[in-house]
Each structure stands twice: as C-alpha cells, then as structure tokens.
Unconditional design. Structure first.
Length: 334
C-alpha cells in the first residue's frame, strides 16, 4: 500500500504568473499613497521606533497573496491515490538429478565435470527465486540429497558438499534409471502445476534395478517433464588416476548414451542437451531457465481521494484574519 500526491488540473498553476504583477501593482499603489511631511531636521525622530501597527501594515496584503495561492492550489484539485498490488506466483517444482560417478572427475571441463556441473546448477538455483527445488545424486545407487524446498540457502549448502561417489562411500557406476526414478519419487506428490527434472550425466546406464525407459514412463504418468544433459567433450578426456607416484592422467573415451537420454526427454516432453564445455553447460541451464518460466499474475487496485479540504480551511482562516486586520485592528478613520 502506498500513497501518491498529484493534481488533477495542474494547468491552474499558470495563475501564479499573476503574482509578480499583483505585487508590483501593490508596491506602486502603496508608494503613491504614502503621505510626505517636510521638516527642517529629522533629528527628533531618530529615537522614535515604528509602532506595532506600522510593522504589520502590509500583513493583510501578504495574507491575501497567501489566500490567492491556496485558491490556485484548490483549483488544481490536489488528490491522493491509494493503490495496492497483489502478486500471485505459480511456482515450479524442480528436482536436479546429478551424476556423481567417478567419471565426473574427468577434466575436459574446468576444474572437472562435477565441479562445473555444481557451479552452473548453483547459478540456476539463484535464478529460480519462486520455485521449490530439490536435489538427487546418483552413481551406482541414488539417494535424495535435499527434498524440494523454498529454502535455497540450505539447498546450496548441501549442493556444495557433494563429492564424487568414491568420497561419499556409495557404489560407483551410472544408474540413470535409478537417478530418474528417485527424482520422480520426490515430485510425484507435488501439487505444483509444473513439475520438472533436470538429469545430468556423463555416461551410459550400466547398473541399477530400474531401467531408464521405465523411469521415464513413470515420470510421464505423473506429468513430470524431464530435461536431460549429456556432459563430456568429443573423443577423449583426461581422467585423473592416483598411483604410487602421485596423481597421473590417462585419456579415457567419452561415452554418453545420447540415444537413451534423447528418448527419456522425448517420452516426458522435455529436451536433450549436449554440453561439451563449461560455456555450453552454462548456456544449457540458461535455455532451460527460459523454457520453464514461472507464471506471475499481478493485479493493481487504485483509488483517488480529493485533498482540497486542508487548503480550503487554511485559505478561510487566512481570509478571516485578513478581514479582522483590515476592518478592525488596522481600520483607518477618515
């Protein structure tokens, strides 16, 4: 709720142009009517000061100028406008399903695939202010890292704590079907009109008790749209290996089951994206952000009230004071 002050007829303010002419006319008239007295010396008058009546002699004119100004303001119709705004957001429930298998440590992304995926996902979360977002991670198994929530600060802290499968003590591998099925389980009871899963992986489904297409069919049954992202450069990628001589690198062939990922997206009405570098991955999240716009309805109610009364009251008081001064206190007897 907020108040704005405005004038319905501001063109009346042009009447203020008359004020300099009125003041000039008053000064000219008053100068002409001042009596003069010729004396031989003014020494005897130096000690006599002005009386109170002399000091307020021009006050009635000042009061009339003020009344005239207030009348102009009244004619301009001062108004206050009260308005209220109601914003209704129709948020989207989103689950990010992230592959944390050890192959995500490949360094064709900087510093590696996993850290690049985390960074771009965190930026995506910052852009989805009105949405509930959850996080599922998977390798050879899958589990919920964070249920869907509006508390993005908690979600981001949990996101930052994600490590690769070997450091989180879970079975390595790539269970795409399990990662998708767990994400569906997080969203199946959601009342949101739009439910979305963003599944990111760099490999081929090679383990898990739920097949990818089965999980996609379940997602479709619950009206959940799935965007799939394949992460990995073309050809070979450097992969760190710990040896007795320290960390060494070996080139591994990049294998992404694009056919499966495309089919999952197609079944659920989503889209498949391929990211071959940090910039491409960031661009993909921006594209998904555009595709999944949060609906915002805004209604504005406004009401205007006339605010002339304080000015009219002030004008009436000043006019009455002017009359009392001119015809009572400063009345001149011929």
């Amino acid at each position: 709720m907020f108040n704005n002050f405005e004038f319905a007829n501001p063109e009346f303010f042009y009447l203020f142009i008359l004020l300099p002419f009125i003041i000039a006319w008053y000064w000219w008239k008053h100068r002409k009517t001042q009596p003069t007295l010729k004396v031989s010396t003014s020494e005897g008058m130096k000690t006599s000061g002005k009386t109170f009546k002399q000091r307020i002699l021009h006050l009635p004119f000042i009061l009339r100028i003020l009344v005239f100004s207030l009348l102009i303001i009244i004619l301009a119709r001062p108004q206050s406008s009260s308005s209220s705004r109601t914003v209704r957001t129709e948020g989207i429930d989103i689950v990010l399903s992230l592959d944390i298998s050890t192959s995500m440590l490949a360094e064709d992304f900087k510093p590696n695939r996993l850290e690049a995926a985390k960074k771009t996902a965190l930026d995506f979360i910052d852009d989805r202010i009105t949405d509930r977002i959850g996080l599922v991670v998977f390798a050879g198994q899958s589990f919920t890292q964070c249920p869907i929530t509006f508390d993005h600060a908690v979600l981001k802290n949990l996101f930052k704590s994600i490590k690769s499968a070997d450091k989180m003590s879970i079975e390595d591998g790539t269970a795409i079907g399990m990662g998708l099925a767990t994400a569906v389980d997080r969203l199946k009871d959601s009342k949101a009109k739009s439910k979305v899963i963003i599944l990111l992986t760099d490999g081929v489904n090679n383990t898990g008790i739920v097949a990818p297409f089965t999980a996609a069919d379940i997602a479709k049954a619950f009206n959940i749209r799935v965007y799939t992202i394949g992460v990995g450069s073309k050809g070979m990628a450097p992969y760190p290996v710990v040896t007795p001589f320290g960390k060494q690198y070996m080139n591994m062939k990049v294998e992404i089951d694009e056919k499966v990922l495309k089919q999952i997206a197609s079944i659920t009405g989503g889209t498949y994206f391929r990211a071959t570098g940090n910039k491409a991955l960031k661009k993909i999240y921006k594209e998904i952000n555009k595709l999944e716009k949060t609906k915002i309805d805004e209604s504005i109610f406004s009401r205007k009230s006339e605010e002339f009364f304080p000015f009219a009251l002030a004008a009436a008081v000043l006019f009455l004071l002017d009359l009392l001064l001119r015809f009572v206190y400063l009345k001149q007897i011929p």
